[in-house]
Design a binder for this molecule. Structure first.
Ligand code: C2O
Ligand code: CU
Ligand code: CU
Length: 510
């Protein structure tokens, strides 16, 4: 029943050792009484210990042992208090974001999902290269209210190390469930973690998630509702408002960022510091990339190193204004930067170097063919672009079609068939006035060019932001696993409104 009792091979890691029941009891405490803490039931403990701890804790950390990960996630509605009053959050094991799962390449993963919600749900293992069928990354199966299902798969021994994302993928309800609080990070340990400079860094996973307070449930106030994709005004990191991060002067901090928000695109910058990117969605890149700022769309991940090479003090991790729609009057970007977390220096160490090279990202074979995917949204049967004057409330969205190549998602229609082991270029054309983060399941891809300009280096991606009016060329080899899967916009309101297609990967004949 409790996360600690469901599998003897799983242990709680990190500093949070109290019982799940105790954590649940503290969930009802209001924000005001907890200072910076916000959503998680772990917050009381956290605040009491915060003076003594260097890094913000993720809710809980469940680590596989001896090559096997046995885990249970219970999806349920949990009462909590946000600024604006009591509200109901959707949680895994009473937590939002859910517990941090940590496994190794080569591990067998058995994950029992218990559905304690009053609606169907399921799980998706975003970014993992595992089969799309059976008990693996099968988004076509549904777990009914009150039912359980055990996902069971084995990661390849050479599965890339990286930060992945576990979230519900029940078509029509994905956005409600993720925006309501479900989702969490999954770390796969392996190659990247063994690079000495990376291993020497102080590592923290930061799950970026926005929430709506009880007084803010009106859809139109949430970033113009479903058509644009709902955003909440409360910006949290691991369920906390403005948590503290610390670093020693001379030290290295490894921030592992996951955008687990429904629709919000983060434009991140750290005052006084560059973010040195070492990994993208699918794992390590070849050469570290120092960045002044980092754009992170829903579903995207990035690993960055921060050097403690500035004067001791406090530096804010900011979310800078970003406009993700050119629709007049819609989704006006927030005018001012928002503070997500605060980094401060404590102590000093002998300066640690940045790595100079990471891991090779080999070029994919030349593509056998190129396909085009045109993303758009339209109203009614006519396929005309959405008319601003017709905008109403949530009812409006129900009549909206979000389409790829003129078709909205139908679970029984295969939109695209490819051959196992073949390589293709996909040209993703955004013929819309909104940004759409395009995501492909099962096989990572490489971005070849953006608006015709070649990329500066090869990177493994599974989600790529395609800005309004832009086109992006990606290259993918369909390896190892035949079966049915999907590609879609990772603005999950758009996905639920039809911006998704079914991909069949045909096994080799004979
Ligand atoms: Cu993270 Cu199909 O999605
Ligand atoms: Cu995915
Ligand atoms: Cu979209």
């Amino acid at each position: 029943m409790s996360p600690g009792s469901c599998g003897s091979l799983w242990l709680f890691g990190g500093p949070l050792m109290t019982s799940p029941l105790k954590r649940r009891q503290v969930l009802g405490l209001g924000l005001a009484s907890l200072g910076t803490a916000l959503v998680g039931p772990f917050l009381s403990d956290r605040v009491q210990r915060s003076a003594a701890r260097a890094q913000p804790a993720v809710a809980a950390r469940l680590v596989s042992r001896g090559g096997v990960a046995d885990l249970e996630l219970v999806a349920q509605a949990t009462r909590g208090t946000l600024p604006g009053g009591p509200t109901e959050l959707l949680t895994y094991n009473g937590r939002s974001p859910g517990p941090l799962l940590e496994v190794k390449a080569g591990d067998r993963v058995r994950l029992r999902l218990r559905n304690g919600l009053n609606q169907p749900t399921n799980l998706h293992f975003h970014g993992l290269h595992i089969p799309p069928s059976g008990t693996a990354d099968n988004v076509f199966l549904t777990v009914k209210p009150g039912d359980s299902f055990t996902y069971d798969f084995t990661l390849a021994k050479d599965h890339p190390a990286g930060l992945f994302y576990v979230h519900p993928h029940q078509h029509g309800l994905s956005a409600d469930q993720v925006f309501g609080g479900l989702g969490g990070a999954l770390v796969v340990r392996g190659d990247l973690d063994r690079i000495p400079e990376v291993a020497a860094a102080n590592e923290t996973v930061l799950v970026l998630k926005d929430y709506a307070s009880a007084s803010d449930q009106n859809e139109v106030s949430l970033g113009m509702g479903r058509m644009l994709g709902r955003e909440g005004p409360l910006l949290t990191v691991n369920g906390e408002l403005n948590p503290g991060l610390s670093i020693a002067s001379g030290g290295l901090l490894r921030l592992r960022l996951l955008n687990a928000s429904n629709a919000r695109i983060y434009r991140l910058a750290l005052e006084g510091h560059r973010l040195v990117r070492i990994a993208t969605d699918g794992g390590a890149i070849g050469t570290p990339e120092p960045l002044e700022e980092l754009l992170l769309a829903p579903g995207e991940r990035a690993d960055v190193l921060v050097q403690g090479n500035q004067a001791p003090g406090s530096y804010r991790l900011l979310n800078l204004p970003y406009q993700r729609s050119s629709h007049m009057g819609m989704a006006a970007a927030e005018a001012d930067p928002r503070t997500l977390a605060t980094l401060s220096y404590s102590g000093a160490v002998t300066p640690l170097p940045l790595p100079t090279t990471l891991l090779p990202v080999p070029a994919l074979p030349e593509p056998e063919r190129t396909r085009q995917f045109v993303l758009a949204h339209a109203m009614g049967m006519g396929g005309m672009k959405h008319a601003m004057g017709a905008m109403g409330g949530g009812g409006m969205a129900m009549g909206m079609g979000f389409q790829i190549n003129g078709q909205s998602f139908e679970p029984d229609r295969i939109n695209t068939r490819v051959r196992l082991d073949s390589t293709e270029d996909w040209l993703i054309v955004n013929d819309d006035v909104m940004d759409h983060p395009f995501h492909l399941h099962i096989n990572p891809f490489q971005v070849i060019s953006r608006a015709g300009r070649p990329e500066s280096q090869r990177r493994w991606k599974d989600t790529v932001l395609v800005k309004a009016g832009e086109d992006v060329r990606i290259r993918v080899t369909f390896r190892d696993f035949p079966g049915l899967t999907v590609y879609h916009c990772h603005n999950l309101d758009h996905e639920d409104l039809g911006l998704m297609g079914v991909l069949q990967i045909d096994g080799k004949a004979g």
